[in-house]
Ligand binder design. Structure first.
Ligand SMILES: Nc1ncnc2c1ncn2[C@@H]1O[C@H](COP(=O)(O)OP(=O)(O)O)[C@@H](O)[C@H]1O
Ligand SMILES: [Mg+2]
Length: 548
């Protein structure tokens, strides 16, 4: 590092709790760098704060061994003017946070680029870094007999090396990722909270990292058996991937409410329990807000969403163990479907297959129903046949209900006839005694038979009507017929009060032959009524539930 005086401070680019970051230019050579400078004054090189700063730098310096293009490169740390200072490559660009706030909607190709670069950088930190840090002596590596530059590493040995050298960033969020203007690539920064081999670096004054990206095991340490590890980064990575796709984090915290205890509690509940809201409507809204008048069609594959959701599992055991696993999964999918349109077509085919499976299931269910109902129908048919046979037997052995019903109708009609006869007799007697009226026998007989006929017709009609109503499930009285027969009876009764020397049509009744003729007609009417009764019986026959 050049002497600090050789640099001209151009601009303060970051101002955290622990350090300030300056954009600087070498006065003579003109190159630009970034310098991170502790805010706290450090007494000497043995100062604890300086030692932790060195640890952070050591992590980043060692990560530099592999020269990963998506991790910020730093140079030798120094103590200058009582401040811990380190020089870094200056990244000309903006933080992911600023970039997303500016563009709101990230095109899918760029999302995929972000996924590969940042997941790749993290896979390198979590796993691959061991290849650049392991030492043949201290790690007791077995040389490859065929190639002196290589070593034989068993899966157990690899696990051991990954555990020893793997770095957990522990503070992934959109302000610790920058997007380079020059080529649109993404760079991971700020390893101030990183953990290596269970040792926290913690040069940052913050303890946990940005709240919206905190994994459940950080919100509630001790809830899960695992402490902080690559799986914790995987959760924050899930939030970042969600964010680039949806345009916002799944559980946003209002910056104004940041300090409020209630807002923090809500955020805690979201991270501990809630499923992230679906990405699709958010991405659609982000597209529509930035592309007025254009229609959005789904542009990201389902496998990506599934990977993100698995990264966001509450229980660390349900997540990918590290970013290398995430990357392998992404690559496996990307290999299977070479480009996005193919992936989207694959999703559609999957959807259709799923729909087909559902339809087949429904069809099976419907078939089972058909089977069930045909069996039921067969049982019911058997039952009907059995009942028909039983009914036939019963009909043969017992007098039919229809017959009983008709007999009952006839009995009621006869009772009514008797009542009518008695009424006629009483009225005649009353007229004779009190009004001095005289009647000859045929006329009286006519009235009696007329009354009987009326009663019989009424009863038969009523009985028939009632039966029909019962069968049709409704009830209606044939009022015109009822009124007609009633009027007939009343007219007959009224005729009784006519002068003993009747005039008009009633004078005919004074002649005995005519009276007998009338009697004959009325007798025929009575016979017709009886016939009606019989037809009624025929009609009822076959219906057992007859009520009169
Ligand atoms: N190498 C760099 N080039 C350009 N900007 C940087 C660089 N390093 C950091 N920054 C800016 O400074 C901010 C804070 O830096 P960071 O390393 O994250 O420190 P802190 O611990 O304060 O968060 C970053 O969000 C970024 O905007
Ligand atoms: Mg930071």
């Amino acid at each position: 590092m050049a002497n600090i005086d050789q640099y001209e401070k151009l601009r303060l680019i970051g101002n955290g709790a622990f350090a300030s970051i300056w954009k600087v230019r070498h006065r003579e050579l003109g190159y630009i760098r970034a310098i991170k400078e502790s805010k706290e004054l450090v007494t000497d090189e043995h100062d604890k704060a300086y030692q932790t700063f060195l640890k952070e730098c050591a992590v980043l310096l060692r990560l530099g061994n592999g020269g990963h293009p998506n991790i910020v490169r730093i140079y030798e740390p120094r103590l200058i003017d009582n401040r811990a200072t380190v020089e870094m490559d200056f990244i000309q660009g903006e933080t992911l946070n600023d970039y997303l706030a500016r563009v709101r909607f990230m095109p899918i190709d760029e999302v995929m680029r972000f996924v590969r670069e940042i997941v790749g950088a993290l896979a390198y930190c979590h796993v691959d870094i061991y290849k650049y840090l392991m030492s043949p002596e201290t790690d007791e590596l077995e040389p490859d007999p065929n190639d002196a530059t290589r070593y034989l590493i068993s899966p157990e040995k690899e696990r051991e090396l990954v555990k020893k050298y793997g770095v957990t960033h522990n503070d992934l969020h959109s302000n610790n990722i920058m997007r380079r203007d020059v080529d649109g690539s993404f760079v991971l920064l700020d390893f101030g909270l990183s953990v290596q081999d269970g040792q926290a670096v913690k040069s940052s004054a913050r303890n946990d990292g940005a709240l919206e990206y905190l994994a459940p095991e950080k919100w509630e340490p001790g809830k899960y058996a695992q402490g902080i590890g690559p799986w914790t980064d995987v959760y924050s990575l899930g939030i970042l991937l969600y964010e680039v796709l949806a345009g916002r984090v799944p559980f946003p915290l209002d910056p104004m409410a940041m300090a409020s205890e209630q807002a923090r509690h809500e955020l805690y509940t979201h991270h501990m329990q809630d499923t992230p809201p679906p990405i699709e409507p958010l991405r659609k809204a982000a597209f529509e807000a930035t592309h007025p008048g254009e229609a959005w069609t789904k542009d990201y594959p389902r496998w990506l969403e599934n990977i993100i959701l698995r990264c966001l599992a509450k229980d660390p055991n349900d997540r990918y163990a590290n970013a290398r696993e995430v990357l392998d999964n992404i690559n496996a999918h990307a290999e299977r479907s070479h480009d996005l349109p193919t992936a989207l077509l694959d999703d559609k085919i999957d959807d259709l297959r799923h729909e087909k499976r559902q339809l087949e299931q429904q069809l099976d269910e419907a078939r089972a129903d058909v089977q069930h109902y045909s069996e039921r129908l067969a049982t019911l048919n058997d039952e009907r046949e059995r009942l028909a046979v039983a009914l036939d037997n019963e009909r043969r052995t017992t007098p039919s209900t229809a017959l009983r019903a008709t007999v009952r109708t006839m009995a009621t009609a006869t009772t009514l006839m008797l009542v009518a006869t008695t009424l006629v007799a009483v009225i005649t007697w009353l007229c004779h005694t009190f009004a001095g009226a005289r009647f000859n026998a045929p006329v009286l007989g006519c009235w009696v038979i007329a009354a009987w006929t009326a009663a019989t017709i009424t009863m038969t009609t009523l009985a028939r009507q009632r039966q029909e109503q019962i069968l049709a499930g409704q009830r209606k009285v044939n009022w015109p017929l009822l009124t007609l027969t009633t009027a007939l009876v009343l007219a007959g009764i009224a005729a009784l009060f006519i002068d003993p020397k009747p005039t008009g049509i009633f004078s005919l009744l004074d002649s005995e032959p005519l009276a007998y003729a009338t009697l004959g007609i009325i007798a025929m009417l009575a016979a017709a009524a009886l016939l009606l009764c019989f037809m009624n019986y025929r009609r009822f026959n076959g219906h057992r539930d007859i009520a009169i």
